[in-house]
Design a binder for this molecule. Structure first.
Ligand code: TGC
Ligand code: FAD
Length: 390
């Protein structure tokens, strides 16, 4: 991991600007210094390194596409993709922390919030002074968020929020949560809930075999009085949280390929060093087949992600296009993690190499932000015009 070399078989760098390359290099250096030397220990000990939040803020990992006047980076989606790619090369759990903060907390406050909300929350989230979480999933409503039961009632000078969210990244340490809940007519709205509000708790979920360096938990609302000014007024309905997911799923498409690159690079180097039957294992055709197929899939995914980023920048990317990219990237990354693990033989199961950690992490990545099969059905609906969800 320390000597990581990025595969670029189709000279994609030729399509990047100098600024893109500088951004990628700065995040790559950051990951090399702050994440890679420690990640194995954090993951083995299920430790979320809270101090990384401020450091992510300093390096510009939070809200890269949010305008600079609110503390964001004012960057394009190619930059955002490159940032997610480099962080997830380090670890999917670290990328989770960054993508939740940027795409799922800052984005809705920026896109659906009013000026006072933007000014109050965005600079502190961008700098890492505050950590945010995004509450959509519930214990009984994961793939089908429109069935949610978390709800709020209008009590005149405040809203009264009740319900519970589950599987929420960053929750145990979050200062603010963007929470999706139904009003009395059953319409979904976003509310900003702050730590310290009476009746709001964030119990941690223990015993994960995946994303062990990321902290996950519940958001529990027991008659929480939420000030009326904390409602996100700009958009309601399921389309509001779904719009946030478009941005986060895009980041995952780039991020998962970062994890794949790390596995490929480790396998390539190991295969050249490991001698069996008197030769480097890289000289065997079966090893070369594995490496060739990895490079093929990484390269195809890089090009797909690049074009998707252009469409995002033009405001033309559709949800099914994003689904295709997220679904493709995570599957490619999981397959590469498994094949790369095999190339390392027994050594591959240890924490001296990153494959098992990436592989276990990617089991969450293939499930969250829409499961692999839900993305397939989103594509199926696009192709046929028939939703197969119900
Ligand atoms: P459906 O009937 O398709 O749509 C309902 C309404 O929503 C609108 N809509 C969108 N609007 C904007 N952008 C999008 N991407 C939209 N998708 C849907 C749609 O137009 C419609 O509006 P209207 O006005 O016509 O009513 O909804 P459905 O209930 O049939 O569900 C569709 C389905 C299953 C695809 C959707 O619910 C889904 O994607 N489910 C997966 C749930 C999911 O992705 N959860 C993610 C939780 S967050 C998370 O995992 C964070 S992990 C992050 C980390 O740690 O990195
Ligand atoms: P279910 O919806 O119960 O699905 C179980 C299985 O049934 C899956 O294989 C699914 O594909 C399949 N299935 C469901 N419906 C259909 C159908 N119609 N047709 C065919 N197959 C179907 N959520 C948040 O809101 N915020 C977060 O920050 C967040 N972070 C997460 C972090 C981690 C580590 C994990 C694991 C999850 C996180 N999630 C978060 C939740 C995540 O989005 C959900 O786990 C995911 O959407 C799936 O929901 P579920 O787990 O309830 O599975």
């Amino acid at each position: 991991t320390d000597q990581f070399e990025s595969p670029d078989f189709y000279a994609l760098d030729g399509l990047l600007t100098e600024e893109h390359k500088l951004i990628r290099q700065s995040i790559r250096d950051f990951v090399k210094k702050e994440i890679s030397p420690n990640i194995e220990e954090w993951a083995q000990n299920a430790h979320f390194p809270y101090e990384i939040v401020k450091k992510f803020g300093d390096v510009g990992a939070f809200g890269p596409t949010i305008p600079q006047e609110y503390g964001g980076g004012g960057l394009d989606y190619i930059s955002y993709g490159l940032i997610m790619q480099e962080i997830e090369r380090g670890d999917s759990g670290m990328r989770s922390t960054a993508s939740v903060q940027g795409s799922l907390v800052m984005y809705p406050i920026y896109a659906f919030g009013n000026e006072a909300q933007r000014k109050k929350y965005l600079p502190k989230l961008a700098s890492g002074e505050w950590l945010g979480s995004f509450g959509l999933t519930e214990p009984d409503h994961g793939s089908n968020p429109s069935g949610m039961t978390t709800n709020f009632k209008d009590k005149g000078d405040h809203y009264l929020l009740n319900g519970a969210k589950m599987w929420i990244s960053n929750s145990p340490k979050c200062d603010v949560a963007v929470v999706w809940a139904k009003d009395e007519s059953g319409r979904i709205h976003g509310l900003i809930v702050e730590r310290g509000m009476e009746g709001f708790t964030t119990p941690e979920t223990h015993g994960k075999w995946s994303l062990r360096a990321s902290t996950t938990g519940e958001l529990v609302f027991d008659n929480v009085k939420v000030p009326k000014e904390n409602l996100l007024e700009g958009k309601s309905g399921l389309g509001a949280p779904m719009k946030c997911l478009d941005s986060a799923r895009f980041g995952i498409a780039w991020g998962a390929i970062g994890a794949a690159m790390d596995c490929y690079d480790s396998a390539r180097r190991y295969s050249l060093e490991r001698i069996q039957f008197g030769k480097p294992i890289a000289s065997f055709q079966l090893t070369q087949k594995k490496l060739s197929e990895m490079l093929t899939e990484i390269t195809k995914s890089q090009l797909l992600n690049y074009r998707l980023a252009q469409l995002m920048d033009e405001g033309k990317a559709s949800t099914p296009q994003i689904s295709l990219a997220k679904r493709n990237a995570v599957e490619v990354a999981l397959n590469i993690a498994r094949e790369a693990r095999q190339i390392h033989g027994g050594m591959g199961i240890t924490g001296d190499y990153p494959m098992m950690r990436h592989m276990a992490n990617l089991e969450s990545v293939i499930t969250y932000e829409g499961t692999h099969d839900i993305h397939l059905l989103i594509l199926g609906k696009e192709i046929t015009g028939i939703p197969a969800f119900e």
